[in-house]
Write a protein that binds this ligand. Structure first.
Ligand SMILES: *Cc1c(COP(=O)(O)O)cnc(C)c1O
Length: 411
């Protein structure tokens, strides 16, 4: 039997969804309709997201990993190509390259922000044979936009396209020359991948999307997400057309292998209703982040506990709130702190174990400890504390109180 936490306070996970009555109504409406999948709600969801981020096209799919995989396929990445991504990310940012047979080269991160920088990308590309790098997958880690214009300049010089992993960062933006550029709707990345997993900003259970301003890429993505089935530009014209020259009504063709990566209308309905709250939720996350920053600065020295650094002129979507802790200073290890916090009803997590240290990548890419000092240093210190719109300032104060106790051992 599950025992109640100390003092019976509610458990605060590191992230969680918020589902209201309007979300329930939206899903119920679709359940009573004629379409559970491949219906009109998909298009409605795609238009809603496209409008919010200012992208020409949004192609919805079943999860963020599928969005990344589809992007690699649409870009024509394959065996012999190299894809560069950050070592501090969810492993899907790298796996999508392996799905299409490409090799992964990791870039280090700035331990202050957790982000790939143009300089670190340049360094990674110098290790890559010229002309081999086809795609760069920068990650807007924790919701903070990377320096996309800077990364674009480097990628472009090496002939590589940017597909940003924007799974943490829907609703984030950055300013350039006085103009606000949205993550997902700008001219630096050819495609941007989003996830709608419940810990992300828009909770759909499972869901994903690719945003692009390129109509041809959008067409390819739509074809590939449903097996690769084509309903135009046929190769077998004699089979496609009847004796009278009219197109046979049943006819479709498979020219390139795709997947069933579709989203259902049930998920899309939840997505539509959730997406309407995106702006307000990003704002709330920013308020909570400011409050956390104030509390942490009051309680700790900057060389003991410090939140991730913020880049100038960006709107951070704050998917996560990561603090960097010098555990050695407190003479306590991270596992002990996490266990103490759990006991006090506070959920925390480590985002992420450097991907280049995963056994799979050590074996496939020959990477290992010491390769990326920024990522490894960051990893030793990172801890994600609760961050989601339903948190109150009281909750944040409780988190910081308990963190202080867990670190200073007065349990
Ligand atoms: C969540 C996430 C993904 C994958 O999304 P799923 O919807 O879980 O498949 C990819 N990259 C990053 C950075 C993520 O956080």
């Amino acid at each position: 039997m599950k025992t109640a936490t100390k003092k019976d306070k509610k458990f605060l996970p590191y992230g969680r969804q918020q589902i209201n009555e309007d979300d329930l109504r939206a899903v119920a409406k679709v359940l009573k309709s004629d379409w559970l999948t491949q219906g009109p709600t998909i298009n409605e969801f795609e238009c809603e997201i496209a409008e919010q981020i200012g992208a020409a096209e949004v192609v919805a799919c079943c999860n963020g990993t599928a969005a990344l995989h589809l992007s690699m396929m649409a870009l024509g990445v394959g065996p012999g190509d190299v894809v560069v991504t950050s070592s501090i990310t969810f492993m899907a940012s790298a796996n999508c390259a392996r799905f299409v047979g490409a090799d992964v080269v990791f870039a280090d991160i700035d331990p202050q922000t957790g982000l790939m920088t143009p300089e670190l990308l340049e360094k990674a590309l110098r290790k890559t044979p010229e002309g081999k790098a086809k795609a760069i997958i920068p990650v807007h880690f924790a919701g903070q936009p990377v320096d996309l214009p800077g990364i674009f300049d480097v990628a472009d010089r090496h002939g590589a396209k940017i597909v940003d992993d924007a799974c943490h960062a829907i609703g984030a933006s950055f300013e350039l020359d006085g103009k606000v550029e949205q993550v997902g709707g700008n001219r630096y990345s050819v495609m941007s991948a989003f996830s709608f997993h419940p810990v992300k900003h828009i909770a759909m259970g499972e869901g994903g999307a690719v945003a692009t301003n390129d109509g041809l890429l959008a067409k390819r993505l739509r074809c590939l997400r449903t097996h690769g089935i084509q309903r135009e530009r046929f190769l077998n014209t004699e089979m496609a057309v009847a004796a009278d020259g009219q197109l046979n009504p049943w006819y479709h063709e498979l020219q390139q292998l795709g997947f069933n990566y579709r989203l259902s209308d049930i998920h899309a309905a939840l997505g539509c209703s959730q997406a309407k709250k995106l702006r307000a939720n990003v704002e709330r996350r920013n308020e909570l982040a400011s409050f956390y920053r104030m509390l942490l600065a009051e309680r700790f020295d900057e060389d003991e506990v410090v939140p991730l650094g913020v880049r100038p002129r960006v709107v951070n979507a704050y998917h996560l709130f990561v603090v960097r802790i010098d555990f050695e200073k407190f003479d306590v290890d991270r596992a002990t702190v996490m266990n103490r916090l759990r006991e006090a009803g506070i959920g925390t997590q480590v985002h992420y174990i450097p991907v280049h240290l995963q056994p799979y990548y050590r074996q496939h890419g020959g990477t290992g400890p010491g390769d990326f000092p920024g990522a490894e240093h960051y990893y030793r210190q990172a801890l994600s504390i609760p961050m989601y719109p339903a948190l109150t300032e009281e909750d944040c104060t409780r988190v910081v109180d308990e963190l202080e106790k867990a670190l200073k051992g007065s349990h």
